[in-house]
Design a protein around this ligand. Structure first.
Ligand code: HEM
Length: 400
């Protein structure tokens, strides 16, 4: 049989492709065909994904021969000098360690008041805008996008007065017009460069200042490194967070009994978030690697120069790991590390604790402030992201 084309089409709405499930049962290590005609291994079982993503035989460096790209734009990234996201050890650890302090659960604990305040403000504005316009409001544009965007700006140390202007650039950067997106991308890069210069001169209490005073002064990072890392942090998880909020709201609306429980008891928010992260896996297409040297995964030998895609979305629905994985149940008891949506192994998401704190604040607050929130259109009318992109809903018109 010819290898199927990857990414797979979705069978309906935002649910993972049914081919994932077929492969988990019949062919957990298989070859797939990519957009450029090249072939890659695809692993779909939770245990195989964990094994692959912790293997030193596999490389996250996009310049390694065989690294699987799923769009033409990915090849551009091969030309750029990578951050640790796309470096292997020891360079990966060296750079990641410089940032890790800022993202530990303890560090995120200190950010919680700012996170909650941002969530409160954005939700209050959202409710007010709805009441003023008295017609359906798009939850993606007015709530799911501003929350993570404003929070990451504040983490980096962008002054509040600049946030509205930069938020516009963040939105245009991911929009449909290529020329406008390139311009906004450039605006953001220029802004980050000037902010880094300001913080090198006069550090304050934020992430860029910390990099400037700890790593720049002792020569471990150059000015350009700090600009590049700051920009990466700004953009790394924003889309995944927007999609996690949008799909999370939708999934809860589709499960009204569980939503009622959450409304009555907002302390259920952390476990609801854990289950939403597993159920929706908005990073469906992340976690790809090139093979540096021959390795055995699930009894299959992957050879040097070949490529490997780990379907974390499929791993999060693996029947051998989760009972009745197709059903959404906020009462499941399992460890946070079992969720593969943040990846696994040395490259597991650096922004995990921050993302969980944001999502927890959103899902504990939104339905308290807007208990009557419901879809303004039929479910069948909703538009979801292109299956060649990560999972998301593009617009979510609601009434309150
Ligand atoms: C729901 C939100 C998020 C999801 C689902 C998500 C998902 C992921 C996944 C799957 C990986 C691993 C990629 C791989 O194995 O190649 C990853 C890595 C990473 N994420 Fe996130 N992410 C989220 C939010 C964030 C945020 C908010 C930030 C920034 C503050 C962030 C920063 C990073 C970084 C820097 C890495 C690379 C870590 C490394 O290579 O050591 N992520 N993320």
């Amino acid at each position: 049989m010819a290898p199927p084309e990857f990414p797979f089409p979705r069978d309906h709405d935002y649910q993972p492709p049914s081919l994932n499930q077929t492969l988990r049962h019949e062919c957990p290590a298989t070859k797939v065909k990519l957009y450029d005609g090249s072939e890659s291994w695809l692993f779909v079982k939770h245990k195989d994904i964990c094994q692959a993503l912790s293997s030193e035989h596999l490389s996250a460096d996009r310049r390694t021969p065989g690294y699987p790209e799923i769009h033409g734009s990915g090849h551009k990234a091969k030309e750029a000098h990578p951050t640790f996201v796309n470096l292997d050890n020891p360079e990966h650890n060296k750079q990641r360690n410089m940032l890790e302090d800022a993202f530990t659960p303890g560090a995120i604990e200190k950010l919680k008041p700012m996170i909650q305040q941002t969530v409160n403000h954005v939700i209050d504005d959202f409710v007010k805008k709805y009441q003023e316009q008295n017609s359906p409001i798009d939850l993606i544009e007015e709530l799911a996008t501003p929350i993570p965007t404003q929070i990451i700006y504040r983490v980096l140390g962008v002054p509040d007065k600049d946030i509205p202007r930069l938020s516009q650039d963040s939105a245009v950067r991911t929009g449909t017009s290529r020329t406008a997106a390139e311009q906004s991308n450039q605006n953001l890069q220029d802004y980050m460069a000037s902010l880094v210069d300001t913080r090198i001169e006069k550090p304050e209490d934020d992430m860029i200042s910390k990099l400037a005073s700890e790593q720049y002064r002792n020569g471990r990072l150059s000015r350009d490194d700090i600009i590049q890392i700051s920009f990466m942090i700004l953009t790394a998880g924003n889309a995944a967070l927007i999609n996690s909020i949008g799909l999370g709201v939708l999934t809860l609306l589709q499960h009204p009994d569980q939503l009622d429980e959450l409304k009555k008891n907002s302390s259920l928010a952390p476990q609801a978030v854990n289950e939403l992260l597993r159920y929706n896996t908005t990073s469906a297409l992340n976690s790809r690697r090139a093979v540096l040297s021959d390795a055995q995964i699930d009894g299959v030998t992957v050879h040097k120069g070949e490529s490997v895609i780990c379907s974390v979305q499929s791993g999060d629905r693996d029947e051998d790991k989760t009972e009745k994985p197709e059903s959404f149940d906020i009462h499941r008891k399992y460890s946070r590390e079992d969720v593969l949506g943040f990846g696994y192994g040395p490259h597991r998401c650096l922004g995990e604790a921050l993302s969980r704190a944001e999502l927890k604040a959103v899902f504990a607050t939104l339905f308290q402030k807007a208990p009557g929130l419901k879809l303004a259109v039929k479910f069948e009318e909703l538009e979801f992201s292109d299956p060649k992109q990560n999972a998301g809903v593009t617009k979510l018109p609601v009434t309150l």
